[in-house]
Design a protein around this ligand. Structure first.
Ligand SMILES: C[S@@+](CC[C@H](N)C(=O)[O-])C[C@H]1O[C@@H](n2cnc3c(N)ncnc32)[C@H](O)[C@@H]1O
Length: 564
């Protein structure tokens, strides 16, 4: 279930089943003229930005509406959606998108997130407007019955001083006094009697009031004043969360959470939303996933998830981020790119590969690993399929396949021959000259048609980029050795630069688990300081297809640097 998918969310969402998602959070590109996309330089983001912006607000709203309509369809009847936006378009999004699709009666809240106390920039002279330091998050549900967990914030010092101002002498417990007057008086059936000389309609029956008085829970601050009840601080849950969220700051440049994605949101924000509107095991979806904050938090909170983004950067950075935070007990996830990596497919577990490629071909894979004379599946028309996970498949494979088909189901073999249709299909990465000649001979001399299909005809495949690392010794800095690393990669097309997306660096690689300290380096240049001893540095590069390569540098630093 847990999936990262590369693609325009409109196309991807159309393929998801109706009413299957419990919680949706989206942080679509804002309708703003900020140029982060240009700085960021990712083709997917730049394109979507230009498309929207050139057409003005109407275009942007139309673009978003189509996608929100799909989100409405896939949301469960008990599900919720949170839409993160800002002043540029929030009024339009609420009225023209959310009210229209979800219905005004399913509006639950407008959350105001205060991102910062101060706003950088905008120091223009004669500026005659206020700086903006808030975003809006709209909370809608599909119906009146939905998952909702009330959350509480700790009391502030000011709140405590103002409200919990009494302390019990003997126990030291802090408390406040709350009213015991029955709301609505007689009309609501509250009993009327006298307590400590004051007659009123009370919230409690006389017998319950008696117990409270005996327990020392009822206090009259002065003779003649209305008695009140103690409420202890240690029994309170905190202040129920309200719609102004001022206690979560946007990520600063020095934040340890920062992965380098320009519009990355803080984990605390998503943690609050996910805890409030979903349960463990529920499915959370973010289709403008960016640096993967929603997905990373959903995974930590034991929710299932689907993350979609049209930028390769977003999908691969999220993949590395998840790998970094997951441990042995974490649930596996899959990554759907547009192309499959040749090496990964070529060296995948044979049975797993055979099943998968037969399925992609539209056939029915064999359920058993052995038997069926080496045949791996069949088409829906009952023609045999054999998979060879290799290149340059030769003549003998063709002959063996023909006799296997004949022995396995002689009647079907003869029927296909007579009907002049293929007796079966052989799938491989490539075929040798001998195989191609044998196919022609069988057709001409024996009227037996066998079709050869390459993996590339079934699924798009590409080769990983190549990667080289160079280093420059920058000398000793105190007692640490400073080294500058330069990574240079070439994509499959052989072009440097343009088709390489980013590099990630793990300066303390343990040989198995890539745990990058730097997730998103667009340039491929890093400086790092090492203690004397042995070190492994792993670098990954990601290309425009989302395919990656890893290079590991072994260093021995002891007076001089030795690269093993
Ligand atoms: C504001 S960012 C999301 C940031 C994210 N919340 C985070 O914490 O990192 C918006 C994302 O939407 C993606 N995007 C834009 N148009 C898209 C589309 N049509 N389909 C899928 N993703 C899209 C962009 O690539 C970008 O990563």
């Amino acid at each position: 279930m847990n999936k990262l998918i590369l693609g325009d969310c409109l196309e991807v969402l159309k393929k998801l089943d109706t009413e299957t998602i419990d919680l949706i959070y989206i942080d679509p590109p804002f309708f703003s003229n900020r140029t982060y996309e240009v700085i960021w330089g990712d083709k997917g983001e730049v394109r979507s930005f230009e498309d929207r912006f050139s057409g003005g607000i109407e275009h942007y709203i139309g673009w978003l509406k189509e996608r929100v309509q799909e989100l409405y369809r896939i949301l469960k009847p008990t599900g919720s959606i949170f839409v993160h936006c800002d002043w540029h378009a929030n009024a339009y999004i609420r009225v023209s998108v959310l009210d229209k699709i979800f219905g005004g009666n399913n509006f639950r809240n407008e959350i105001i997130w205060k991102r910062a106390d101060t706003v950088k920039g905008n120091f223009g002279q004669n500026k005659k407007y206020l700086d903006v330091n808030v975003d809006t998050i709209f909370f809608y549900t599909k119906n009146g019955t939905y998952t909702f967990e009330e959350l509480y914030k700790p009391y502030t010092d000011t709140y405590l001083k103002q409200f919990y101002k009494y302390v019990e002498k003997d126990t030291g417990r802090r408390y406040r006094l709350i009213s015991m007057i029955g709301p609505g008086g007689e009309s609501k059936g509250n009993p009327f009697y006298e307590v400590m000389g004051v007659s009123k309609y009370w919230r409690y029956s006389e017998s319950k009031m008696k117990i409270l008085i005996e327990k020392g829970m009822v206090v009259q601050t002065r003779k003649g004043t209305v008695p009140q009840r103690k409420q202890y601080l240690d029994e309170g849950k905190g202040v129920a969360l309200q719609t102004l969220w001022e206690d979560i700051s946007a990520l600063g440049s020095g934040s340890s959470e920062r992965i380098g994605y320009p519009t990355q949101k803080p984990e605390a924000l998503l943690e609050r939303i996910i805890k409030m509107a979903s349960n463990e095991g529920d499915i959370v979806l973010d289709c403008f996933m960016g640096g993967g904050t929603t997905i990373a938090v959903a995974d930590k909170l034991n929710r299932k998830w689907i993350g979609i983004d049209q930028s390769v950067n977003a999908v691969k950075v999220t993949e590395f981020r998840l790998n970094k935070q997951q441990d042995l007990f974490s649930k596996p996830f899959s990554v759907q790119l547009h192309k499959y990596d040749y090496d990964t497919l070529r060296y995948k577990d044979a049975f797993e590969f055979e099943n998968w490629i037969v399925g992609q071909f539209g056939g029915i894979p064999n359920s058993k690993q052995r038997g069926d004379l080496g045949l791996d599946g069949r088409t829906r028309e009952n023609q045999a399929i054999q998979v060879k996970r290799s290149d340059g498949v030769g003549r003998n494979v063709i002959d063996n396949f023909k006799s296997a088909c004949e022995r396995f189901d002689k009647a079907n073999f003869e029927k296909n021959k007579a009907a002049n249709i293929p007796i079966g299909f052989i799938i491989a990465f490539s075929f040798g000259k001998g195989a191609i000649e044998e196919i022609a001979r069988l057709r001409n001399e024996e009227n037996c048609i066998i079709k050869l299909v390459t993996v590339e005809e079934i699924v798009p495949i590409a080769k990983k980029p190549t990667l080289e690392i160079e280093m420059i010794d920058k000398g000793l800095k105190k007692d640490l050795r400073e080294i500058e690393f330069m990574a240079s990669a070439k994509s499959e097309t052989g072009m440097t630069g343009a088709t390489i997306c980013f590099y990630s660096w793990d300066f303390a690689y343990n040989g198995t688990h890539f745990n990058p300290e730097i997730l998103l380096d667009k340039i491929g240049k890093q400086t790092y300081q090492f203690k004397a001893g042995e070190h492994k540095i792993a670098v990954k590069v990601v290309d425009g297809e989302g395919l990656e390569s890893i290079e590991v540098v072994h260093l021995k630093i002891n007076g001089m640097i030795e690269r093993k």
